[in-house]
Write a protein that binds this ligand. Structure first.
Ligand code: CS2
Length: 492
């Protein structure tokens, strides 16, 4: 049988594979990361791996909230895995930054001890939008079943918010306040939102704890970026062939990677600035530009592309009518929503992002980007619509991805396909109660104030979305080019 990647076999790797530039036996953990999914392993763990070459106990203890799949897959590999950069200039690197992997249902004691340990200086997380458990007014959602569980059982939390608060409570007692909590999710004001969720939660336990957290613990905001599609069998076999060893869970990403962190820490941190991470006073601009330009157009490509039978980002952006839609959307409605001193720089940033979509070496499935629409669209599209409405700018094209999402929900529900979304059952019920009729379903979806908040009753917004659902469904039998040309002709 083929030999497997592990610390013992590191010296048997092909010569052109980069390996950890530090002693993996010596460095201890200084970071606990909740949610060590593909993005974390391709991004934060990669930067930390580079920073470990400068010394320090900064290896990572990864905590999965539910599944033990990753822990089981990487155990025989001493938690080493490969990072394959899939681009015009491919490269392969073995990452050693993750020292330990635990799962909450199996290792609660170990995890709690790590979160409270004075050696842990950073608690970071990638738990996706839904993991913040905030309602649409920005406060802790006490209706959320996980939050209800954790408020009733604060010593046995099952949510990330409950787990972090439990650790901070213990740290309040021990006086270990030199820990920084870093959100690495694609959420506007991610640090502020996380702080709000944790402090609201703490307030229910004890107002003193809430004040202590507010006064002592930093929650810097961050902007994270690197396109990291899920690992498929092709990636696994290519990596193993190039490695010369079997790797059960490699990660793939594009070459481009960016991490901007607000320079606000309540304790020490790895020397990430030495390995390409940007530290800044204010992340707002970076966050807004990335979420609106990249994630906004990504979600547009996903819902519009799927509507016309496309599979990947590359397939969608290579379709002239979809490319035209994206470029008009950026130029007319997204870029004008971002305040900047240099419009040229912002235009260049947007052009570079569209160029990244043309990476033909990476198969980024539109169906993956389409997950969790009810959680993603508010940050990616609805905030831009709000700003444009407020400033009396156009919202026509921004309503296309919303219309396409409504049709996506209608079609999925009609054909009985699963929808990956925490609100899936509500969405499916709304579609079936409205007999899968696109206009009726769209009206029902737009009434969901947990998603659309005040936009639910905005007649301009509703009018545009409904008109586009009508056009898209009336024309979609003609194929993507003709339909989008008709739609663009009508909208521009
Ligand atoms: C994508 C993002 O899956 C998605 O929703 O839009 O994960 C995107 O690839 C990253 O934000 C890029 O940094």
């Amino acid at each position: 049988m083929e030999k497997q990647l592990s610390i013992k076999t590191l010296d048997q790797l092909s010569r052109d594979v980069a390996v950890p530039d530090y002693d993996v036996h010596k460095s201890q953990c200084g970071i606990v990361h909740i949610g060590p999914g593909a993005f974390h392993r391709a991004h934060q763990a990669y930067y930390t791996d580079l920073a470990l070459a400068y010394g320090g106990n900064w290896r990572i203890h990864g905590v999965s909230m539910r599944s033990n799949t990753l822990k089981k897959a990487l155990a025989p590999q001493d938690n080493l895995y490969s990072l394959a950069v899939v681009d015009n200039t491919p490269s392969l690197r073995v990452i050693g930054a993750i020292k330990t992997l635990s799962t909450l249902s199996e290792d609660r004691g170990v995890i709690t001890a790590a979160l409270c340990s004075p050696a842990t200086k950073i608690i970071s997380l990638t738990v996706t939008e839904k993991g913040y458990c905030l309602n649409n007014t920005g406060s802790l959602d006490v209706e959320n079943p996980d939050i209800q569980h954790d408020l009733a059982n604060p010593d046995f939390p099952i949510s990330a918010v409950g787990l972090i608060t439990q650790a901070l409570k213990a740290r309040e007692h021990s006086g270990d306040a030199d820990v920084t909590i870093i959100s690495c999710d694609n959420v506007t004001d991610n640090g502020k939102k996380l702080a709000k969720a944790v402090i609201d939660f703490a307030y229910y336990l004890s107002p003193e704890l809430a004040h202590w957290i507010q006064d002592n613990i930093a929650f810097p905001c961050t902007m994270v970026d690197s396109i990291t599609p899920a690992t498929d069998d092709e990636v696994k076999s290519n990596v193993s062939a190039n490695l010369g060893l079997k790797d059960d869970w490699p990660i793939q990403r594009e070459t481009f990677t960016q991490w901007v962190i607000e320079d606000h820490f309540s304790g020490p941190r790895p020397p990430w600035e030495k390995v390409g991470v940007t530290f800044t006073k204010d992340v707002t601009f970076f966050e807004k530009a990335k979420l609106r330009i990249l994630n906004g157009t990504h979600s547009t490509l996903a819902y519009v592309g799927l509507l016309f039978g496309k599979e990947t980002v590359y397939d969608a952006i290579s379709t002239p009518a979809i490319q035209a839609l994206i470029s008009e959307l950026l130029e007319r409605e997204i870029i004008p929503s971002i305040k900047t001193d240099s419009i040229q720089t912002l235009n260049q940033y947007a052009d570079d992002i569209v160029a990244r979509y043309h990476n033909k070496h990476i198969r980024h499935m539109l169906s993956q980007i389409a997950w969790d629409g009810s959680q993603k669209l508010p940050f990616r599209i609805l905030d831009t619509i709000r700003d444009n409405l407020h400033a009396k700018r156009e919202i026509n094209l921004l309503c296309v991805p919303i219309a396409a999402w409504c049709l996506f929900v209608t079609h999925k529900a009609r054909s009985g396909d699963a929808i990956t979304d925490p609100k899936a059952s509500t969405l499916i019920n709304l579609a079936s109660q409205n007999a899968f009729e696109p206009i009726a379903v769209t009206n029902a979806l737009l009434n969901e104030t947990v998603i659309f908040a005040e936009l639910s009753t905005n007649s301009v917004f509703r009018g545009h979305v409904l008109a586009q659902v009508k056009s898209l469904s009336a024309w979609s039998s003609r194929g993507v080019d003709e339909t989008l040309q008709l739609l663009l002709g009508e909208l521009l």
